[in-house]
Write a protein that binds this ligand. Structure first.
Ligand code: ZN
Ligand code: ZN
Length: 307
C-alpha cells in the first residue's frame, strides 16, 4: 500500500506540475500578446460606445461572449448591434436579451431593398417596440455594390425614413457613392425630431456640413486610421467633437494595426485614439464627448459625462 501511495503522490505532483506550468505558459502568452498589441488605455471614469457593429454575424459565432466581455474590460461598455434585414434585426434584438450592454437597431440595408415588402416592414415596426431598440437602420443607398436596382433602393429608403419618424427613432444611414441622392431624400423626408447619423462617413467636408445642418451626427469608422484617408482626416479636423460618433462596423473595416483581421468592438479604441490625434485633444476628451453624443442620439440609459 505504501508503494502505491507514494507512486500515487508522485503522479499527483507530476499532474499538478503540468497544470501549473501550462497555466504559467498561458499567462506568459497572454502577456506577450498584450505586449505585441497594447490597446490604447482609456483614463479612469471614461468609456466608449461602439455605435455600429453587426454582432449577429457568423464571424462572431465562435466567441461572441469573449468579444463582448473583452470590449467591456477595455472600456468599450456599450455596443449597438445593427440590423440589415428581418433575420438580422431579430437576431440583434435577441442579443439585447442576452447581454444588458447591447442595444439594437432594425432596418433593411439597401443591399436587401428588394426584400423590404410591406409585410416585412410591418414586422420590423413591431420588432421596434422592444425596449432595447434604439434606432432605425441601417438604411440608405449603395451605388457601389448595386445588389438592388437604384430606383428600388430609393423607394425603400424613403419608405423607411418615414417609418422611422412614425416610430420616433433616430435613423442610421448607409451611403456609398450616393451622396447627392442620400442627402436629397433625407432632406425631403425631414425634419427629424429624433435626428440621425451618417454611419461610416465617406463624404467630404461639404457633405458633412450639409448633414450637420440637418442635425445629423457624423460617425467615424476605423478607416480613419488608414494613412491614405486624407478626406476623412479633413472631415474629422473640421467637424466639432460634439457632432461626432465612433464605430467599428465590425466585423468589417478593421483599423490599423489589425487591418485585414476581423474587426470587433474593442478596436474602436484605435479609432478614438486617431480622432484624438487629429483634433489634438486627449483620448479621454474624445471618449467623454463621443459617448455623451451617442447617449443623447440613441437615448441610452446612464449618465453622459459631457454636454
Ligand atoms: Zn453600412
Ligand atoms: Zn453596418
Amino acid at each position: 500500500m505504501g508503494w502505491s501511495r507514494e507512486r500515487g503522490a508522485a503522479i499527483g505532483c507530476t499532474l499538478l506540475f503540468h497544470e501549473l506550468s501550462s497555466r504559467i505558459e498561458a499567462i506568459i502568452c497572454l502577456a506577450m500578446k498584450d505586449q505585441r498589441t497594447p490597446l490604447p488605455q482609456l483614463p479612469a471614469q471614461t468609456e466608449l460606445v461602439d455605435t455600429h457593429c453587426h454582432l449577429d454575424m457568423a464571424a462572431y459565432q465562435p466567441d461572441l461572449e469573449e468579444v463582448v466581455h473583452s470590449a467591456s474590460y477595455h472600456g468599450v461598455k456599450r455596443l449597438i448591434s445593427i440590423g440589415i434585414d428581418l433575420p438580422s434585426s431579430k437576431a440583434a434584438v435577441a442579443l439585447t436579451d442576452r447581454f444588458p450592454n447591447i442595444y439594437a437597431t432594425v432596418g433593411f440595408h439597401p443591399h436587401d431593398a428588394q426584400r423590404a415588402t410591406p409585410d416585412a416592414l410591418k414586422m420590423l415596426a413591431d420588432l421596434a417596440s422592444h425596449r432595447s431598440v434604439v434606432g432605425y437602420g441601417e438604411i440608405g443607398l449603395d451605388y457601389v455594390k448595386n445588389y438592388a436596382p437604384h430606383d428600388v433602393q430609393r423607394k425603400v429608403f424613403s419608405e423607411q425614413l418615414h417609418l422611422a419618424k412614425e416610430l420616433d427613432l433616430p435613423v442610421v444611414i448607409h451611403d456609398r457613392e450616393a451622396h447627392d441622392d442620400v442627402f436629397r431624400l433625407i432632406r425631403s423626408a425631414g425634419p427629424y425630431p429624433r435626428g440621425g447619423v451618417m454611419h461610416c462617413f465617406s463624404g467630404d467636408r461639404q457633405l458633412a456640413e450639409r448633414m450637420l445642418d440637418l442635425g445629423f451626427y457624423i460617425s467615424i469608422p476605423g478607416v480613419v486610421t488608414f494613412a491614405n484617408a486624407s478626406t476623412l482626416h479633413e472631415v474629422v479636423r473640421a467637424v466639432d467633437l460634439r457632432h461626432l460618433l465612433l464605430e467599428t462596423d465590425g466585423p468589417y473595416l478593421t483599423p490599423v494595426p489589425f487591418r485585414g483581421k476581423r474587426n470587433e468592438p474593442k478596436l474602436v479604441l484605435y479609432t478614438a485614439q486617431k480622432v484624438a490625434e487629429l483634433k489634438q485633444v486627449s483620448l479621454g476628451e474624445v471618449a467623454r464627448q463621443t459617448t455623451a453624443n451617442a447617449v443623447r442620439l440613441f437615448q441610452l440609459p446612464g449618465d453622459a459625462h459631457a454636454s
